[in-house]
Design a protein around this ligand. Sequence first.
Ligand code: ZN
Length: 448
Amino acid sequence: MSTREGGPEHARAITKLQALVRIPTVSHRDPAAVDTAQFDEFLVELRKQFPRLHAETELTRVGTHGLLFRWSGADDSRPVVLMAHLDVVPVDEDAPWQHPPFDATLVDGAIWGRGTLDDKGSLVGIAEAVEVLLERGFTPAQDVWLSFGCDEEVSGTAAPEAVAHLRAAGVRPWFVLDEGGAVAHEAFPGVAAPIGVIGVTEKGTTSIELRVEGRGGHASTPARMGPTARLARAILRLERAPMPARTPDATVELLRRMAPHASVALRPLMANAGRLRPVLTRALVAAGPESAAMTRTTFAITTLSGSPALNVIASTAKAGVNIRVMVGDTVAGVLDHVRRAISDDDVHIDVVEQNEPSPVSPMDDAFALLEETIGELFPDAFAAPYVMMAATDSRHFTEICERVYRFAPFRMTKAQRESIHSYDEHLDVEAFLDGVAWYQLLIERIPR
Ligand SMILES: [Zn+2]
């Protein structure tokens, strides 16, 4: 069902998204592996597509190719930051894409390609909303900052640099909006209405390496409990000792808001989620790894290394553990748990990276603004908070802002959400245009 007339302004927004998806801005952890010419070209194309945005705002370059725009409002006491990132994850050459990942093919009412959902749809949506408002001579009630990162997918430095710039300029945002949630269709079995899920916090990503050193030597004379066996025992001990599960407040609120839309069987449990927390937690843990991850800090054994040869005993055996720290837990507490679970002083724990979970953003005036505008643009949907499992650049902004929300105003099916970082990523044209309209409405509604 079309909700608007297909005027030239709309065709224009689609062409812009296509042009920017066609530039493969793939980021890599190793700076030498980055094709910087693509990033240069992206910035040139962005300037070409959004002339007013570039002419009428103040632009600061952050990191290698990150951009921070300041659009002056009538007041600057409660500024707003809208975020997106221009880099994308690489494409697996063997993945069965229906349409080439960097062609931005327009077919079946959708734009297909890497980055359409993550996160060029948001980037172009925000830029186009600002461009249209500038053309109309609109001045926002408060300063609006656009922070477009260039290395989000590799946890790069552009976002922290943007934060440092804002901090130095004495900017204390009223709220920050970044990617994360969406207008999620098929979000929960038995709940037909789409949910405008707004991330109010995110788990902290922490990585450790378990390391066991030993004598190694010839495989013909093995000793008991060599480094590899000791490491294997440690891995199994950790696997058998999950962190305690609990249901955080944001999840309780999500369920309470879903209750009126849920099947009759589920409704009482959801409506009383607060009181039934222990029952609920057990149900979430039992329902599978995805819902279990909503309730606790998780450990995933990822990398493994030992002997380089079949007839050599390893002198060092190592295992990488990727940890997602739940809201309410701390990195120190989790490391304590790991030490106790393994209870073997010969297993060394090296911390590779550590990030605490983000503070929980309040559900006050700024959240209400998001909720109200979501209700207007997506009348069949309802807004609700949730705990994000993945990390976003916005975590850095929690240092200068209490209200950090993670939401992209695009309708997405389950298949679309699963296509992110995978294949067949595509954004429906109607959904994209609704998103542009939502960003516009949000900016127009920023109060004095
Ligand atoms: Zn992203």
